[in-house]
Design a protein around this ligand. Structure first.
Ligand code: GLY
Length: 397
């Protein structure tokens, strides 16, 4: 009898443990707040007299590197501030979030980039979600209009980069992350054109970016007069044929979000296949924090990419709410978050206030290798908050 009771208690304990992040979230978030305070004091020092530099991106030669609003990473720090406000309810974070968000606004009319979703949705999108500020709606709608000008109907995709000699009309898998802004603009305006562009882009990308094993190419180049694919290549990965890890994470996050917005089962199936590719890969380390490329030749002596891990964790939490394999995906997300928390965090007060170490921006260009990156921190906090909501039985969306 006693044996049975003990076994029962053990079972209940192990079930509840496997279903939640095994971390002390209040302590982890208090530490994140402290680090963010450090960052807030470091930014003005790094800025000097420059008015263009608005947000932290990484450490370069051990020093804080800030970027102007036009940089694709400019809104991750404002987004992190919004998440701290969401978690704490503290108006101090709201004021900082508003201040940093405002510095990105001019990007709403910058048609020279596809990175509108990263820049406007992580900042103004979170701001709108948490404050219902009417002005934020206008910014999102204008940004979606601007992004739509980069869509080519013949190819069925939004162009990623301009002025590149290697490609005519390059589209990178990362571009899936911009679609959330378009879905939101349709919800705000009733204008279906934004949503239609998002769906056509997602469908074209599903057809042309993925290999039979559901790994993704990084850059697909299109001929816009015929819609034909010209080449499938990489930019930040090890080789054209390899699986650049963060690209797998962007695709996973993007198709999970597309399923949320459309309930189209093909997007759910795509997200599940990408998750399986990622989680079952023989080169995925035991702690689930991947190398920068699944096919990097020097594994295990290759740099990790904690940013890919945090994007993946956040995406898996959402996917867990839709998929019949939900438990597996939630357990994997919990494990990633636990490992990032226990083994990848910057020491308190160090690293200019970044939260996570050991990300890789672009090993192929020997740039930002094994460093903190603002988007690793943003998606880490997002994943922590998603894990919390699920633990509390709340809906994510
Ligand atoms: N979107 C650029 C990157 O993931 O590095």
């Amino acid at each position: 009898m006693i044996k049975k009771i003990v076994a029962g208690i053990l079972l209940i304990t192990s079930l509840s443990v496997s279903e939640a992040q095994k971390i002390n979230l209040p302590k982890v978030m208090a530490e994140a707040e402290k680090q963010t305070e450090v960052m807030l004091t470091e930014i003005p020092k790094a800025k000097g007299v420059s008015h263009d530099l608005v947000s932290p991106r990484t450490l370069e030669n051990g020093k804080l590197k800030l970027v102007p609003s036009k940089d694709w990473t400019s809104a991750f720090f404002p987004g992190q501030l919004w998440y701290l406000y969401e978690y704490t309810g503290n108006n101090k974070w709201k004021a900082e979030a508003e201040r940093y968000t405002a510095t990105i606004e001019k990007e709403k009319t910058n048609a020279g980039t596809h990175d509108m979703g990263f820049k406007i949705y992580c900042s103004f999108g979170n701001g709108l979600r948490l404050t219902q500020n009417e002005h934020y709606k206008d910014v999102i709608i204008q940004a979606a209009k601007t992004l739509s000008t980069r869509f080519n109907a013949t190819a069925g995709v939004i162009k990623s980069w301009d002025n590149r000699t290697k490609w005519k009309y390059p589209v990178i898998i990362d571009n899936m992350m911009n679609l959330e802004l378009l879905f939101e603009a349709t919800k705000l305006t009733g204008d279906q054109s934004f949503r239609k562009i998002a769906i056509v882009h997602a469908n074209t990308t599903m057809k042309n970016h993925y290999r039979a094993d559901f790994s993704s190419y990084h850059v697909v180049d299109y001929d816009t007069s015929t819609g034909k694919v010209l080449q499938k290549t990489t930019h930040q990965g090890y080789s054209d044929a390899s699986a650049w890890t963060r690209g797998q994470s962007w695709g996973l996050y993007g198709y999970t979000m597309c399923y949320r917005e459309t309930k189209d089962k093909s997007y759910l199936a795509q997200a599940e296949k990408v998750a399986e590719y990622f989680l079952n890969h023989p080169n995925l380390p035991k702690d689930l924090v991947p190398y920068y490329d699944f096919d990097a030749p020097g594994i295990p002596n290759e740099p990790r990419d904690a940013s890919a891990a945090s994007i993946t964790a956040s995406a898996l939490y959402e996917l867990s709410t839709y998929s019949k394999n939900g438990k597996k995906y939630k357990d994997a997300a919990n494990k990633i978050v636990e490992n990032l928390t226990n083994s990848y965090r910057a020491k308190s007060g160090e690293s200019y206030g970044f939260l996570l170490l050991h990300s890789t921006g672009s090993k192929a260009q020997n740039s930002e290798v094994d460093v903190p990156l603002s988007y690793a921190d943003y998606y880490y906090i997002e994943a922590l908050l998603r894990g919390k909501k699920l633990k509390e039985g709340k809906k994510l969306f």
